[in-house]
Each structure stands twice: as structure tokens, then as C-alpha cells.
Design a protein around this ligand. Structure first.
Ligand code: URA
Ligand code: SF4
Length: 191
């Protein structure tokens, strides 16, 4: 895992785009670099910037509950990160050039982890990683195979909080995910 730690150190000193100017912390990722399942959001928010960990605000608490419902644990059997590693001011969407500057870190993380399943959280990550014309409200919870990796777009937990009628559908996506994990990487659930 020295590769992974070297990458993390390099990322923590990164000044490749304007998002470095106002960040408090670089949010590299959290979890098990040997996990077979990766979750990818769009970018750190206020709490993430302060704490240096992805999904630790209100949306993150909901994410943890949904993960727990299907026996996933951010510190144990998954890895969580974002498209951009520094917080966009006022939580605006990361701009195209910022995503472009940062995506190399995500590519390297993915190359080292070699996940069997990638879950994208929200529209931005889904469009960037799965397909540019993704219709997130219609297509969340579907599985698409890309170069031997199963990709699933999910709703962003912050969007679920804003529209609680989406909760049942969101939970159902996690149940579908659990079945796929049992099929392609059951070791996720061992010990
Ligand atoms: N939203 C994201 O997309 N990522 C985080 O880390 C937190 C909130
Ligand atoms: Fe570097 Fe990414 Fe932070 Fe931009 S967002 S400064 S590319 S780590």
C-alpha cells in the first residue's frame, strides 16, 4: 500500500487548481484501500473540509445509515472518495476544469484499489464516471458494466434529505447493491 500512501501525500500538497486556495483540508478518501467496492461523490462540503474526511456532514450521516442497513462500513469493507478532493466555495458544483485537474487522483486510486463495483453518489459523479447523459432520477439503482467493473449510479444522500419521498427508492438501491456484492465480490462480507 505504499503506492496508495504516496499518492495521498502527493494529493495533500496539491495546488493544481483554484480549489486549493480556500480549502482547510484536502479530502483524499476514507476506508479500506483493499475494498472491492468504491463510493464516489462529487466534492467535499463544509464539514468534510473541516474534518478532512468525505461524507461526515448531515448527508454523510444518512449515507452511513444506508450503508449500515446492508452491512457496509466506511472504515471496514468499502472505500469512499470524491471527484474533486478540495471543497468548492459555497458548495457549488465543481467546474469542468477543476474536475479535469483532479480526476487523475481518482484514476490512480481506482488503479490501485481495482474495485469490482463503483457506486456514484449524485448526478455530477454519475455523469462524469458513468455517462454524460445520465438521468439520475430515472436511472439510479441500475447496473452497467464498464471494462469489467460494475457501475451503479445512486441518488446523492443530500438530495434524499431534500426529498424524503426518495428514501424508499434509495434503500432499494442499496439492497440491489448488496445482491451484486454477494455475486461479484462476496469477500466484502467475510469476517
Ligand atoms: N457531498 C459529496 O459529494 N461529497 C462529500 O464528501 C460530502 C458531501
Ligand atoms: Fe489539487 Fe484536486 Fe485540490 Fe484541485 S481539487 S487543488 S486538483 S487536489
Amino acid at each position: 500500500m505504499t503506492d496508495f500512501h504516496d499518492l495521498e501525500s502527493k494529493c495533500k500538497g496539491c495546488t493544481a487548481c483554484r480549489l486549493c486556495e480556500k480549502r482547510k483540508n484536502v479530502v483524499f478518501g476514507v476506508g479500506n484501500p483493499k475494498a472491492r467496492v468504491m463510493f464516489i461523490g462529487e466534492g467535499p462540503g463544509e464539514q468534510e473540509d473541516i474534518q478532512g474526511e468525505p461524507f461526515v456532514g448531515r448527508a454523510g450521516q444518512l449515507l452511513d445509515k444506508l450503508l449500515y442497513a446492508v452491512d457496509l462500513d466506511r472504515r471496514k469493507n468499502i472505500y469512499i472518495t470524491n471527484i474533486v478532493k478540495c471543497r468548492p466555495p459555497q458548495n457549488r458544483d465543481p467546474q469542468e476544469d477543476e474536475q479535469e485537474s483532479c480526476i487523475g487522483y481518482l484514476r490512480e486510486q481506482t488503479r490501485i484499489i481495482r474495485p469490482k463495483i463503483i457506486v456514484t453518489l449524485g448526478r455530477i459523479a454519475g455523469m462524469r464516471l458513468i455517462k454524460p447523459d445520465l438521468r439520475i432520477t430515472r436511472e439510479h439503482g441500475t447496473l452497467i458494466e464498464k471494462k469489467g467493473v460494475w457501475m451503479m449510479p445512486m441518488l446523492h444522500p443530500a438530495a434524499i434529505l431534500r426529498n424524503q419521498s426518495q428514501m424508499e427508492g434509495a434503500l432499494n438501491d442499496f439492497l440491489i447493491l448488496r445482491e451484486k456484492i454477494k455475486e461479484v465480490c462476496p469477500e466484502t462480507y467475510e469476517n
